[in-house]
Design a protein around this ligand. Structure first.
Ligand SMILES: [Zn+2]
Length: 129
């Protein structure tokens, strides 16, 4: 399991008060909901969005993989930081279905796998000597 830096959190017990965002035109305040961290597959199976992280100091959520791997030019709202809670559910499911996001997740996992593999390979080489 990848360890996220400490300032990032998926602490679902938090009250997310730093995320409060006011929609000036309608004078409505909204904040991040824990529900955004979960969704359901068409089969009805629930899953956790492990890619979604909350940055408390910014009061925003973003995609860990896209933030890390997406070029600035192509960064969507969830890779750049999002506090549009009204549209956050639509944005999250849109991102999950996007080719860019899937490619970023895959790239990350492949790189991680490659690192583990080369570490194992060097261990194997050591025992050969
Ligand atoms: Zn992403």
């Amino acid at each position: 399991m990848y360890r996220y830096p400490k300032y990032l959190t998926q602490d679902l017990e938090a009250d997310f008060s730093d995320s409060e965002h006011c929609y000036e035109s309608v004078k409505i305040k909204r904040k991040l909901s824990t529900k955004l961290f979960f969704d359901e597959l068409p089969s009805g199976e629930k899953y956790q969005r492990d890619w979604l992280l909350y940055l408390k100091s910014e009061g925003q959520v973003f995609c860990f993989y896209c933030l890390l791997l997406q070029s600035d030019r192509k960064r969507g709202v969830l890779a750049a930081g999002c506090n549009d809670w009204k549209n956050s559910f639509a944005l999250a499911s849109q991102l999950e279905r996007s080719d860019d996001h899937r490619a970023n997740v895959l790239t990350f996992l492949l790189r991680k796998g490659a690192k583990t593999q080369s570490r194992m390979q060097s261990k194997v080489n050591m025992t050969k000597r």
